[in-house]
Design a protein around this ligand. Sequence first.
Ligand code: SF4
Length: 324
Amino acid sequence: MTMLDPVEYRRALRQTLELYRLAGVDQFPRVAVTPPPPAAAPPAGTPTPSRAAVPGGPTPWLANRPSSASAQGASATTASATTAPLGTPAAPAANRPAGSSPAGPLANPVFRPSPLLLPLNAPPSTATRDERRVALQQVELEVRDCRLCPELASTRTQTVFGVGDPAARILFLGEAPGADEDRTGEPFVGAAGQLLNSIIEACRLKREEIYICNVLKCRPPSNRVPQLEECRNCRSYLDRQLATVDPDFIVCWGTVAAQNLLQTTQSIGKLRRQFFRHGRARVLCTYHPSYLLRTPSAKKDVWEDMKLWRLEMGVDLNQKPGSS
Ligand code: SF4
C-alpha cells in the first residue's frame, strides 16, 4: 500500500471533510467497531440477491459507480433566517389511496411552512398555460439584461432562466448554472443533468412535465458557491417564476436551493425527509445531482426522498407500474 505524504494526507482529509460539510454533514458519531460475525454460507442453490430485488428498483442510476465528472455541488451557503416553527400538519394528499400511508420511517410527514408571508391556502392560479408562458418570457427578458451582480454579469456567457411546462405541477429548483448550463442556456444539462434525467425517469415522470430553474440565473465563476447578496439579488426573479408556474410540488436540489427557498440555515441533511410549505406548494429537499456524482453512496438517500415525495403525489414507487 502506498503511504501518503503527511502534507498530502492532510490536504486529502481537508477536502474530504469539506465535501461532507457541503453535503450538510457536520457531525460524525463515534461508533464502536465490532467485527461482524462470520457469515454463514448459504445453502446450495440459494439465489444471490440482486440490486433489482431491492424494493423500489430497478433503478440503474442507483448503481454506486463513481463519476469523474466535475460539477457544482450540494454546496452550503448562508441565509438570514432560521427554520420556521412547526406548522400545521397538511391534509393527506387527495389522490393517495385510502388507507395507505407513506413508506419508510416518515409515516406522518411534518409540514413546515416557509417563513415567507405566502398564503398556505391560496387557490391555484387560474392563468392559462399560454398566459403563464408569456408572463415567464417577460421575466426572462428582464433577466437577460440584469446586471445586479456585477461579477456574474461580466463573466457569464448568457443567463439561464428556466425550462419546462409553464403550468407544471412540479418545479425543480437547483443552485446556479454551471459551465454546461452557461454554454447552452438551459438548467441541469451535462453530467448532473443526465443523472437528474435518470432520476426523473425512475420517478415515472418526463422532464417536459416539470419546470426547472435555479436560484441564480448567472454562473458563478469557477462554479463557486453563490454569495448571499447574489441570491438576494436574484430572488425577485425566482419568486415571479414560482408565482407564475404556481406548482403543487417543489423539489429543492441541494443546500443552496433549499436554504434560499425556505430561508433557513439548516443543512440539507437535516432538511431532507420531510415536507415544507412554500405558499400552497409542498416542498421536499434532497441532495444535488452534482453531489451524487461525487458521492454515489448518497444516491440511495435521494431515492428514499423520491419515493416519499412521489407517494405524496399518489405514486408508490415500490409498486410496479400498473399494479395496484
Ligand atoms: S444572478 Fe440574477 S440578479 Fe445576479 S446578475 Fe444574474 S440575473 Fe441578475
